[in-house]
Design a protein around this ligand. Structure first.
Ligand code: VAH
Length: 319
């Protein structure tokens, strides 16, 4: 991208998700408790930061004149159910460190929420922005807590808290992270390597999904939206909803021999069955102009091309 504007925000990202470079590499600092994949590590400044270490975070924010904080560090749904105590610590104690830091330093704070913030008693098709939320995972409970705490601090102290409920995010550059939607990433790697994917969900399990580029763009556009346009602090964003069989069918248009066997895993199937089938994101579209760019055919084409190129560059066998 061209030189960033001089008044560019100074962004600290926890959880080292690679982020578009439109603010200039030197204005975006990635952080995590472990070194990210090389292509992310080489994108720009990377520092060690543990969201449980308030003093370290405060030092990073003050010494780097941070103005925006994007907080991605969290344990996702399935891995959280396998380690509830750790998920509660990272997703709730870590969140409170970040909330306090944002208040103390008048930061614009982005915290992602998720389709996992809804539960079996929520409207599922579609799920609106405002409805009952009784999630059945520690991940979902911690994300509802994040939404409520962020909105409370916004209304009480004026914290510029902004939150988007992400669908399952499909990226060629991030390995599946212990979520219930991980199959939607793994199936592409399997299609290009072994030609066989074993799916832990039923073939007809429909979930909201989004391409990583749309996820990043939504986040940036939302963070840039003037305060006056925001009727909510937490918005659903949507792009598509698909089932394992539908994405497999779309992949077979490129790789006809893809074979999928379905072996539902009780824990992740139960989680998926408690989540929305589709999102109503009309408020995001109306308030700040959200519009996805990728549909299922475009997502599949891009994922296969990106993974094929990565495998090529890594000297891995490609089909
Ligand atoms: C998960 N990928 O499956 C995450 C996400 C939409 C779900 O939050 O837990």
């Amino acid at each position: 991208s061209s030189e960033p504007p001089t008044d560019s925000p100074r962004v600290l990202i926890t959880g080292a998700i690679c982020f578009p470079a439109q603010y200039g590499k030197e204005n975006v600092i990635l952080s995590d408790i472990r070194r990210p994949p090389t292509e992310v590590y080489n994108m720009g400044p990377f520092v060690y930061a543990d969201v449980l270490d308030y003093k370290n975070l405060r030092e990073l924010v003050v010494n780097n004149r941070i103005t925006w904080l994007v907080h991605y560090s969290a344990l996702l749904s399935a891995v959280g159910e396998a380690n509830v105590a750790l998920a509660r610590t990272i997703n709730i104690t870590g969140l409170h460190n970040v909330l306090d830091l944002a208040l103390e330093n008048c930061l614009r704070l982005f915290v992602p929420s998720t389709i996992g913030a809804f539960g079996p008693s929520s409207p599922r098709d579609p799920a609106p922005d405002l409805c009952i939320q009784r999630p059945r995972t520690i991940y979902g409970v911690s994300k509802v807590h994040a939404e409520l705490m962020g909105e409370y601090l916004h209304h009480k102290y004026g914290l510029d808290f902004r939150c988007l409920r992400y669908p399952g995010v499909v990226s060629a550059h991030t390995k599946p992270g212990g979520g219930t939607t991980d199959y939607a990433v793994q199936i592409f790697h399997d299609a290009l390597s072994t030609g066989h994917h074993e799916c832990y969900l039923r073939s007809n399990t429909r979930l909201p999904m989004m391409h990583i580029s749309d996820c990043h763009r939504a986040t940036i556009e939302f963070m840039q939206a003037p305060e006056s346009q925001l009727s909510l602090r937490t918005y659903n964003i949507a792009a598509m909803s698909f089932t394992p069989e539908e994405v497999a069918e779309e992949i077979r248009k490129h790789l006809p021999h893809l074979r999928v066997t379905y072996n539902p895993d009780t824990i992740r199937q139960t989680i998926a069955d408690s989540w929305p089938v589709r999102f109503d994101d009309s408020n995001a579209r109306q308030d700040w102009g959200w519009k996805p760019a990728y549909d299922l055919p475009e997502l599949v084409t891009d994922m296969l091309a990106s993974i094929h190129e990565k495998n090529n560059n890594a000297g891995l066998p490609v089909s």
